[in-house]
Design a protein around this ligand. Structure first.
Ligand code: NAD
Length: 443
């Protein structure tokens, strides 16, 4: 690659994975974050998030000197030709995306721009944001009396936490939304290392690129809510949702992906992005009935897990101890944003239960998120300690280590033998053979 330096602004899940991956491609990368504690951690060789393989790649690229970290906007802007915006776009109370961090960054770029730059919006943002970013930068340049040429590109990210490094380097497609030939050529060059994997580019205008991201996430969220509804129906009819999902997935038009029933989707993307697209449409007088239904079904699904537990243990859970295995929103991440545990644990506690919880990576974050419930929750060191003297065990996250529990040991250690497998990790027979009452989702 030529001497293009890539600036990445925001070093969270998307920003850090992008910076480390670009550095691994051989680019010179400057990664910037306004959170100086995070920057200092990164400078000292620590990775603040858990993502499989990230620490190893981080160590390699920091050692080779292709990446540096800074808290200074001026430094990253002046020294990079291409600037990726990777800051958070959290939901406002009405569900719309809060763009204050994106515009803060745009302002900073305008304040320090010194030559032609390509500004790339990788954060998930509503339609029209690229054009607004352009205006914010223009206004800042005008204040400085400068007439510098620059382009803004929409380049949404599709990586999944837990598989982020693989997804970044093996995306199904790279979407580039821009009206500028010059910027499109620069973007294609940056992503050229992906071409060895034959990754297709979708070149379009910024508005289309922005809506591609929301439509993709809303569709996947709807697919999950759909199979969860079928699972709930199966429970009442004595059918097996796993076989249904398998047979449905054999149809090429449907595909087997995202047809896994469970306790409802969570994370930083699906809940936020579905609400945001509904909100965008509402402002335009359009009701997104399908996506609204997917959101509602998902909220119900989390609550339904508590209904299932109470059907077995009773409405009043006073005196009951429940072991929760899995606090992160899915396996292989420490991210607990919108995880099922955030609904299930408080509802169980409100009904009188005491909780013993364990997660391989998400405990610290959950301790903070559920601080109001801390007297009723004990966080344990491993899955077996969590289950000691419990009246029920509830699996909420599909961590690999929860797939191979020593069921004999659990049956000896637990006070009552109730096994709620809300990720369908076990067959009913193997759990029942150990004397447990077993309940999965949709079986
Ligand atoms: P995150 O919260 O993990 O990280 C955001 C980072 O931006 C933080 O480190 C924060 O300190 C930093 N930041 C905030 N304001 C800043 C500023 N003014 N200057 C510099 N840094 C600033 O967020 P994330 O999960 O990486 O998501 C980032 C964006 O990417 C969101 O729009 C999200 O929807 C989208 N996205 C996320 C994922 C995912 O799986 N997490 C996948 C695809 C897309």
């Amino acid at each position: 690659m030529d001497g293009t330096t890539i600036g990445v602004i925001g070093t969270g899940y998307v920003g850090l994975v992008s910076s480390v991956s670009f550095a691994n491609f051989g680019y010179k990368v400057i990664a910037m974050d306004s959170d100086l504690e995070k920057v200092n951690l990164l400078k000292s060789g620590e990775v603040p998030i858990y993502e499989p393989g990230l620490k190893e790649m981080f160590d390699r690229v920091t050692e080779s000197g292709t990446i540096e970290f800074t808290g200074e906007m001026k430094y990253v802007v002046e020294n990079s030709k291409v600037l990726f915006i990777c800051v958070g776009t959290p939901p406002e109370d009405d569900g719309s995306a809060d763009l204050k961090y994106v515009f803060e960054v745009a302002e900073g770029i305008g304040k320090h721009m010194n030559a032609y730059k390509v500004i790339v919006d990788k954060s998930t943002v509503p339609v029209g944001t690229s054009r607004k970013v352009y205006s914010v930068i223009s206004d800042e340049l005008q204040k400085r009396g400068l007439d510098l040429h620059f382009d803004v590109v929409s380049n949404p990210e599709f990586l999944r936490e837990g598989k982020a490094l693989y997804d970044f380097t093996h995306p199904d497609r790279v979407v580039i939304g821009s009206d500028s030939e010059e910027a499109i050529e620069i973007m294609k060059k940056i992503y050229r290392p992906l071409k060895v994997n034959e990754v297709p580019f979708v070149i379009t205008n910024p508005e289309t690129a922005e809506i591609i991201k929301y439509s993709s996430n809303a569709f996947l969220a709807t697919k999950i809510s759909f199979i969860n509804e079928i699972a709930n129906l199966c429970e009442e009819l004595g059918a097996d949702v796993n076989q249904i999902a398998k047979a449905m997935g054999m149809d090429g038009r449907i595909s087997p992906k995202f047809l896994h029933p469970g306790p409802g989707y969570g994370g930083s993307c699906f809940p936020k992005d579905t609400r945001a697209i509904v909100n965008t449409a509402k402002k335009l007088g359009i009701e997104m009935k399908v996506i609204n239904a997917a959101i509602e079904a998902n909220e119900y699904q989390k609550h339904r897990m508590v209904i299932k537990i109470k059907r077995r243990l009773g409405d009043n859970l006073a005196g009951k101890t429940i072991a929760i295995l899995g606090l992160s929103f899915k396996a292989e991440t420490d991210d607990t944003r919108e995880s099922a545990a955030l609904v299930v644990i408080p509802e169980l506690i409100d009904s009188g239960a005491t909780i013993r919880a364990y997660d391989p990576k998400g405990t610290d974050e959950m301790r903070w998120r559920l601080k109001d419930f801390s007297p009723q929750i004990a966080y344990l060191e491993n899955e077996y300690d969590a289950c000691k003297n419990a009246d029920a065990v509830v699996i909420l996250t599909e961590w690999a280590q929860f797939r191979r529990l020593d069921l004999r040991r659990l049956s000896e250690d637990m006070r009552e033998k109730n096994f709620f497998d809300f990720r369908n990790l076990y067959s009913r027979e193997e759990v029942e053979d150990m004397g447990f009452y077993y309940e999965g989702v949709g079986r």
